[in-house]
Design a protein around this ligand. Structure first.
Ligand code: GLN
Length: 239
C-alpha cells in the first residue's frame, strides 16, 4: 500500500501537475477553444462520501477545474453532471447506498445521461455480477468482477501499463482490487493489467479496478470530465 502513505508534498505535486492540465480539460469540457472567451459553468461532480478515498478524488477533480460536492443523500446529486463511486469497502458502501435510496438515484442519474465513474470498490458496485463473495450491485456495466481478485492483503502494488488514453504508460495503484473476469462485448477496454481489463467504459459509465486518484497522473480523471461535459452539453441542448 505504498501509495496510501502519500505526504502532503506529494499531494501538492499532484495538484500542480493536475493544474497544468486544467486548461486542457476546461477546453474539452466547454467544447470550444478558450479563444472564444465565452464563460461557461464548471462541470459539477458529486463524489459518494461514505468511507474510502473520496477526498483524493475531490482533490484531483478540483485540480482539473471541476466543482465537486460530497454525496451522502439523493438531494446531494442535484445539479451534478457526473458522479464518482470511490474505492473503499464495497459491502459497506452498497448497504449505505441502498439505505439512502442512492442506488436507485444513481441508476436513474446514469439512465438520464449523467456520467458515472467507479474506482475499485466503486467498479465492483457498477458491475452486473459480483463474486467472492456474491453481492448485489447497481448493474450499470455488463461485467462480472471477482472481489479481492489479486489476494486480500499482499496484492497491493503499483504498475505501469499501456492505455488508449495517452502515449506513456498509465500508473495503476492496486489496493485489494477486483479482477474483471467477464466483460460484455460492447464494453471498451481502455487499459489492462496482467492481461485483464482494468479500465473499461461504455457510454457514460467508466470503471477502473485501480486507483488513478492516488497518483500524480490526471489522465483518467480528465477523460471522465470530458464524459461528464458531453452529458451536460446534451442535457443543455435537450432543454
Ligand atoms: N476489496 C474491496 C472490496 O471488495 C475494494 C478495495 C478498494 O476499493 N481498494 O470492496
Amino acid at each position: 500500500m505504498k501509495r496510501h502513505g502519500k505526504s502532503s508534498k506529494q499531494v501538492r505535486t499532484r495538484k500542480k501537475s493536475a493544474g497544468r492540465s486544467a486548461a486542457k480539460a476546461e477546453r474539452a469540457r466547454s467544447g470550444h477553444s478558450g479563444a472564444t472567451g465565452k464563460k461557461k459553468e464548471r462541470v459539477k461532480i458529486g463524489i459518494v462520501a461514505i468511507q474510502g478515498d473520496f477526498a483524493a478524488h475531490a482533490a484531483m477533480l478540483q485540480g482539473l477545474g471541476a466543482e465537486t460536492v460530497e454525496v451522502r443523500t439523493v438531494k446531494d446529486l442535484e445539479g451534478c453532471d457526473g458522479i464518482v463511486l470511490p474505492g473503499g469497502e464495497s459491502t459497506t458502501q452498497l448497504q449505505f447506498l441502498q439505505e439512502e435510496g442512492l442506488s436507485d438515484a444513481i441508476r436513474t442519474f446514469s439512465r438520464q445521461g449523467g456520467a458515472v465513474f467507479g474506482t475499485c470498490a466503486g467498479a465492483i458496485l457498477l458491475a452486473t455480477e459480483v463474486r467472492n463473495p456474491a453481492q448485489e450491485s447497481l448493474g450499470l456495466l455488463d461485467m462480472t468482477v471477482l472481489r479481492n481478485g489479486y489476494g486480500r492483503q499482499l496484492a497491493s502494488d503499483v504498475f505501469f501499463e499501456p492505455s488508449t488514453l495517452k502515449k506513456d504508460p498509465l500508473e495503476m495503484v492496486f489496493i485489494r482490487g477486483p479482477i474483471i473476469e467477464d466483460l460484455g462485448k460492447d464494453i471498451a477496454v481502455l487499459a489492462r493489467h496482467d492481461g485483464k481489463p482494468a479500465l473499461v467504459e461504455k457510454g457514460n459509465v467508466l470503471a477502473a479496478t485501480f486507483h488513478p486518484e492516488l497518483t500524480d497522473d490526471p489522465t483518467v480523471h480528465e477523460h471522465f470530465l470530458q464524459m461528464a461535459a458531453k452529458g451536460a452539453a446534451k442535457a443543455a441542448t435537450a432543454r
